[in-house]
Write a new protein. Sequence first.
Length: 315
Amino acid sequence: MAGSTPASLIAEGAAPAGGPARSKMLSPWGEAWRRFRRHKLAVVGTVILGAIMLAVLVGPWLWQVPINDIDFDARLKSPMLGHPFGTDDLGQDLLARMLYGGRISLAVGFTAMCIGLVIGTVVGAIAGISRGSVDAALMWVTDLFLSLPQLPLLLLIIYLFRDALKAIVGVEAGIFIMIVAVIGGFRWMPVARLVRAQFLSIREKEYVEAARALGVTPLRLVARHILPNSLGPVIIAGTIDVAVAIIAESTLSFLGLGFPPDIPTWGRILYDAKDYLDVAPHWALFPGMAIFLTVLSINYIGDGLRDALDPRRVM
């Protein structure tokens, strides 16, 4: 028919003669990236988190001041040219300690997140693809862990086992392993319930039934059809877990059960500053702001990912 546009041209994203060029159809991940870019707070959070990560990775190479260099003549100095973040009660440079401690705090957050995601995804996938007693038993264990008071158990486990682990692998490595294992070990339950719910929903979809009718093995069915379509909520949960892990590490350090004073983290620096808030407020200001900005930016990124990966949301 004259004046009409063929369906094949529309499907291929071609434009009618004389009309504006249309963009080609985006892949699902391309469409998610487009949605994410349109979420302004998520973009701002990505920029802030990227700047923080770049600073803690590159900063110690540029600001080569020993983190444990004591100078009593410069103790409790406010921010100045030689000490941009000021000094603590021993005259140690806070900028150097912040840059070094940021590596540990972020490493704890991302490592604990990976542990929680792996355990939660495996448990949730097995429960979601199974039926009957296996599903019931795994969800009973999940509910049991969810009912436990996490902070008192974190404190108890670290208090009981940190000395033994430090004797085996060293102080810094031992405390790091203990903290990320305990925090990650108490963050898998929400992920497991989320993955199970996704599996129970997706396994009934038509394309899964078609693949099953074609004789696809259960393992391939999970790996190729169910799990990839369940990753959206898991990724969002992972961003939240990073923030939770950073706060948990800061809490443990603030309570004196984290890293020792000669291994600074943001939480440990904040703990050491608690008795000098009146005379040296800068000592607590910078680690507090670092934790606040990191957690806030990660939450914004998670909010943007939620919107970007939700196919029902129009952006």
